[in-house]
Every structure is written in structure tokens, then in C-alpha cells.
Design a protein around this ligand. Sequence first.
Ligand SMILES: Cc1cc2nc3c(=O)[nH]c(=O)nc-3n(C[C@H](O)[C@H](O)[C@H](O)COP(=O)(O)OP(=O)(O)OC[C@H]3O[C@@H](n4cnc5c(N)ncnc54)[C@H](O)[C@@H]3O)c2cc1C
Ligand code: FES
Length: 268
Amino acid sequence: MHIPKIVEIKRIIDETEMVKTFIFDWEVKDEKPGHFMMVWNFHDEKPMSLSIINPVNNEIGISIKKVGEFTEAVHQMEVGDELGLRGPLGCGFEIVGSKILAVGGGIGMAPIAAFVEDARSKGADVHVISAAKTKNELLFIERLERIGANVYACTDDGSYGFHGFAGELAEKLLKESNNNQYNMLVTCGPELMMKGIFDIVNKYKVQAQFSLERYMKCAIGLCGQCCVDDTGWRVCVEGPVFSKDDLKLISEFGKYKRDASGIKHLMP
Ligand SMILES: Cc1cc2nc3c(=O)[nH]c(=O)nc-3n(C[C@H](O)[C@H](O)[C@H](O)COP(=O)(O)OP(=O)(O)OC[C@H]3O[C@@H](n4cnc5c(N)ncnc54)[C@H](O)[C@@H]3O)c2cc1C
Ligand code: FES
């Protein structure tokens, strides 16, 4: 697990202008939604969530948003090119109950898509909010509708689906569910979106799990780069998925995160 396995890119799906999914042959054993891989392009290594876990075809996939040097380099790669994959790493989402609300913002939909497929295959009734700034950035709507999830699109600019933020739509669904309560909510996306959802799940007393992002280097709990205040939990080992109760103890959640030098950056 600590040494990258060199694999060929088997297929590439152009999801949007900025996001591509890369699929690999992989013997699926302990991989769970919420786990991530350290992806090595022989120059640099970066964390990416599993967005596809297919134990039937023995395939995994990662969905990468082009945001900087590493992700742009991977976007240039083609079928047959090689990458190193180290993982699965971290702890994943747990399925609690049979009626679940899953909320993904932007590229945060990557682990959410893998979770929804897993929960549906185990018979759960899953409602999904796929949120993005605008229509062209929405992810995985048809893929998740095909497996019977109830998908709500949500855009900041109202160009498709619900006009507003994911938290507003999540609150609307929780309020409307009344006697038909959701057993749990899972979410991944921009931290300020998740902070809003954290406040909402506390208000409606719903169990919830959140996938956090922090700068990672070793990704196996040694370097301390990804530790969060005040608990010192390593996001790469104790996370990236944390429960609502865990998050109450992470004082930096929604406030700041550290860069590669350990310097704090306040969230806008
Ligand atoms: C657990 C986890 C899962 C992730 N899953 C996905 C995913 O499924 N798809 C996806 O597109 N992105 C994912 N990311 C984010 C992804 O790792 C960064 O976007 C990527 O590293 C950016 O590298 P870059 O060189 O292209 O951009 P840069 O210009 O270097 O950075 C752009 C942004 O990415 C962040 N970043 C850069 N390096 C790292 C690093 N080593 N660790 C964490 N963040 C970093 C920076 O803080 C900055 O905010 C995940 C991050 C974490 C921690
Ligand atoms: S990245 Fe080194 S401890 Fe988490």
C-alpha cells in the first residue's frame, strides 16, 4: 500500500471542460467510497478520491479537476500512459440506515458518486444533490439517475435545476422530509458549503459524515502536514471522512487550513 503501483490508463471520460475521469484495471479488495489514492505522475504525487469502485469489472476511477500544474499534466495524458497509484488511503464513508441524502459540491461529487453507487447496490434509497456554479460544471447526474438515485441538480447561477446553494436545497429537503426522515447525510465539497451543511444537520439532528481536504505529503500519517486543530487528527489517516460529532472538535473546520509550509490561510 505504501509503494505506488504502476498502472496504465484504461479509459478516459471527458465529464466537463475541466474534469476528466481516468479508469484503471485494479483488483478491488478493501477499496471503499471516501478512500483516496496518492497519484504519481513520476514528477509529483497528489491525493485524489476514488470516484469509481467496480468490484465486478475490477476497475477503479479517479475524477480530476484541472486546477494547477499537476492536474493539467494528468489531463494531457492518454489511454495507455502510466501513472503510479498508492492506496487505498484514509477511512471511508459508512452507510447508516436506508434513506440517505448525499450532497456534492463541484469536484466533491467524485467520492459522493462512488458512495451513491455503493449505497444503491446495497438497497438504500439515496437522494443526491449535485451542485455546481453553473450547468456546464454539473457532475455525474445521468450516471447516478441510471442506478435509481433521486438526483437534484443545483446551480449557483440558476442555469439548471435548483437556483441557489447546496445547503439551501439540503435544508429544503430535510424540512420537507418530516415523517419520512433521512437516516443520514454524507457530503464533500468546498469547506464553506460543508460548514453550512454542518449547521443544518445540527439543527435537524441528522447524522452526517463529511469528507475534508487538507494539504497532504506522506498520506500515511508520518509527516504531520495534514493535522487539524485542536485534535491533531491526521486527515490522511483518521480522515478524510469525519462524523458530525468529530467535526465539533475540529476548531479549524470552516475557518482556516494550512498550505505546504504549514502557514494558516483563512477561508474567505
Ligand atoms: C483527500 C483528498 C481528496 C481529493 N480528491 C480529489 C479528487 O477526487 N479530484 C480532484 O480533482 N481533486 C481532489 N483533491 C484535490 C487535489 O489533490 C488538488 O486539486 C491537487 O493536488 C492540485 O494540484 P495542482 O498541482 O494541479 O494544483 P496546485 O496549483 O498545486 O494547487 C491547487 C489547489 O490544490 C491544493 N493542493 C495542491 N497540492 C495538494 C496536496 N498535495 N494535497 C492537498 N491539496 C493540494 C492547493 O492547496 C490548492 O488549493 C483531493 C484532495 C484531498 C486532500
Ligand atoms: S500527509 Fe503526512 S501525516 Fe497526513
